[in-house]
Design a protein around this ligand. Structure first.
Ligand SMILES: Cc1cc2nc3c(=O)[nH]c(=O)nc-3n(C[C@H](O)[C@H](O)[C@H](O)COP(=O)(O)OP(=O)(O)OC[C@H]3O[C@@H](n4cnc5c(N)ncnc54)[C@H](O)[C@@H]3O)c2cc1C
Ligand code: FES
Length: 281
């Protein structure tokens, strides 16, 4: 589902709450009335902590939750921008440009929904789970991380809705079932279950291979992708990703405009895995 650039606004908000979890993961809630009122599940905002221009470029983050005039983001310190964001405290300023990009398709005819979350890929799911539940869907989240301290708390996916199932897996076996999150997928795939996924691109590529090996195709399989982003709205061309073009020839799509949410079958996974990691000013 695509958001129009006409809805995009630059807002300066004030941090209202910072919740800290294990492994440095934080959830930052900010008074951003326009973003909170307009963001669709899967859309993102380009955000910057405070009023500083260092780093120069804003960083992209999924809108994880909205409540009244507040929007929340989930992140962990992995570099210069996220270190500043993870250190925010209530009362601090934050600017956000959004909502940007495509959202997940919520209105598809499917009785059940399977949300596949890897590490910080948890971020878009609270908002998506709420939207799916409002449509009366049965929702299962499979949440994977390298170890227990890096798992997003199960209750944060549910937000008080006890009908939402959360199945946890860790690579080192320190919580839930030992193994990769994709291992929990095949037994849950059928013609009545829509699949939504977010996580590192290699995890999404593994999910694409897993679905290829399933006897039944899901009615919908969407992934939220990552790419280095300069502008976030289609002018810098820095976020181009390889997609399946006509006649099997790879083509390019902008992650910030044609994505970040794309059909899993639209992505040229082998080509994507050859790209170097993101380097952003
Ligand atoms: C549409 C979109 C939504 C995202 N949503 C979230 C989210 O909700 N929560 C979250 O924690 N992260 C999210 N990310 C990733 C997040 O934007 C990057 O981790 C962040 O920009 C890194 O900034 P930095 O200055 O801390 O890192 P840098 O110092 O710039 O780099 C540190 C590391 O992060 C990697 N990196 C830099 N930019 C990106 C990028 N755009 N995508 C992936 N890796 C990157 C670099 O390759 C490097 O390994 C999202 C990315 C995209 C494209
Ligand atoms: S981030 Fe600039 S074109 Fe996509």
């Amino acid at each position: 589902m695509s958001g129009s650039l006409r809805d995009v606004r630059d807002e300066r908000g004030e941090v209202t709450a910072v919740d800290r979890f294990g492994g440095g993961m934080v959830e930052v809630s900010v008074r951003l009335p326009h973003l909170a009122a307009t963001a669709l599940p899967g859309q993102f905002a380009q955000i910057r902590s405070g009023d500083s221009f260092s780093p120069l470029l804003r960083r992209p983050f999924s809108v994880a939750w909205t409540d009244g005039d507040s929007a929340s983001f989930v992140l962990a310190p992995v570099g210069v921008g996220t270190r500043l964001l993870a250190a925010l405290r209530p009362g601090d300023p934050l600017t956000a440009l959004g909502p940007l990009g495509t959202g997940f398709t919520v209105g598809v005819r499917a009785q059940r929904s399977l949300c596949v979350s890897g590490g910080l890929g948890c971020a878009p799911f609270p908002l998506l789970v709420r939207a799916l539940r409002r449509q009366g869907r049965d929702v299962t989240v499979v949440s994977g991380a390298a170890r227990s301290t890096l798992l997003y708390p199960a209750e944060r996916f549910r937000r008080g809705d006890r009908e939402v199932r959360v199945i946890e897996l860790t690579v080192d076996g320190s919580a839930g079932t030992p193994g990769l999150v994709t291992a929990a997928v095949p037994e849950r795939i059928d013609a009545a279950t829509a699949v939504y996924a977010c996580g590192p691109n290699p995890m999404l590529a593994a999910l694409a291979r897993t679905l290829d090996g399933c006897a039944t195709l899901p009615p919908l399989a969407e992934v939220s992708l990552e790419a280095p982003m300069g502008c976030g709205y289609g002018t810098c061309l820095g976020c181009a990703l390889p997609v399946e073009g006509a006649g099997g020839v790879p083509a390019w799509a902008l992650c910030c405009r044609q994505g970040p949410v794309m059909q899993i079958g639209a992505v040229a996974w082998d080509e994507l895995m050859k790209l170097p990691p993101a380097h952003v000013a």
